[in-house]
Design a protein around this ligand. Structure first.
Ligand code: SF4
Ligand code: SF4
Ligand code: SF4
Length: 274
């Protein structure tokens, strides 16, 4: 039952049906199918989960096959629970959001297709956020991905108006005597200075992904470790593959990834992943 997304409720023979949605995206016809199923098999409501899933609670044991068939016809399938890679969560990134630096839905779909539902010693959560605003809280996930861009100044275009200096929230930019300096230690690669400049005097010299690992909340929260900044796409997929291989090889049954990092040491993992 669980493998097909049916989670037992506290009420006897009642199940909450979890659907697998990728990055919180659901087609309009699928929403209609969910609404219809909630009225037909549940109590007329859908619960939106903390991980962008949709659950229909109060499904009778006898209705499990029928509701599964209805969902299948709408292209919806059961969500993951237990010791597995869970559905990837993401924001809309640069497909919609003004601040977005990467195409989060596309990346979420690619990762989900590779890893959703595959084995892990314990649940393994992946989040993708389009920029350092971190709306999807990648730092609270086993594997968090953030879109980033490194700015560079083009002196010849700059009129020293000071706008970029004002918009930079980390005070990484200073302008002195017409010379602009971007402090790479303070810069969080958000790209706001690039968007703000009306003279095309700052451009994105390098785009990529910052990767966080080992974050979790729950009963025993753990702060993530930052693994790498400005990784390219090939590195990102290679690191994810190696991370899961490491977790499967060394993780004890029931051990979260962050706890494994604490047990074996972050540097041991880092060597393996990079
Ligand atoms: S993380 Fe950035 S791109 Fe994603 S929704 Fe928030 S502001 Fe927009
Ligand atoms: S906003 Fe553009 S033109 Fe103005 S100081 Fe910054 S880089 Fe120069
Ligand atoms: S990318 Fe963001 S943090 Fe870095 S200098 Fe520009 S505005 Fe500041």
């Amino acid at each position: 039952m669980k493998d097909n997304g049916f989670l037992p409720q506290r009420q006897d023979e009642k199940f909450s049906m979890r659907t697998h949605l990728v990055g919180g995206c659901v087609e309009a016809n699928q929403l209609r199918a969910l609404a219809d199923a909630a009225e037909k098999y549940g109590k007329g409501h859908v619960h939106i989960t903390s991980r962008q899933g949709a659950e229909i609670p109060f499904v009778d044991l006898d209705d499990v096959e029928n509701i599964s068939e209805d969902m299948k016809n709408a292209g919806l399938f059961g969500g993951a629970s237990g010791q597995k890679v869970r559905g990837v969560v993401s924001c809309q990134g640069n497909t919609v959001c003004n601040h977005g630096l990467i195409n989060c839905p596309e990346l979420a779909a690619s990762i989900d297709e590779l890893y959703f539902g595959t084995y892990a010693p314990k649940k393994f959560k992946i989040a993708i956020t389009g920029c350092p605003a971190s709306c999807m809280k990648p730092q609270e996930n086993d594997f968090g991905i953030m879109g980033v861009v490194r700015p560079e100044w083009i002196q010849n275009n700059c009129v020293a108006c000071g706008l970029c200096e004002k918009v930079c929230k980390t005070d990484a930019i200073t302008i002195d005597n017409g010379q602009l300096d971007i402090d790479s230690n303070s810069c969080i690669f958000c790209g706001e200075c690039i968007t703000s400049c009306k003279k095309d005097a700052i451009y994105g010299a390098e785009s990529g992904y910052t990767i966080f690992v080992g974050g979790k909340v729950g009963r025993f929260p753990r702060s993530c470790d930052k693994l790498i900044e400005l990784a390219d796409e090939q590195q990102l997929f290679s690191i994810l593959e190696k991370t899961l291989a490491y977790y499967r090889k060394y993780g004890h049954k029931g051990e979260r990834f962050g706890d494994l990092l604490d047990r074996r040491g972050f540097d041991d993992y880092k060597d393996a992943a990079l």
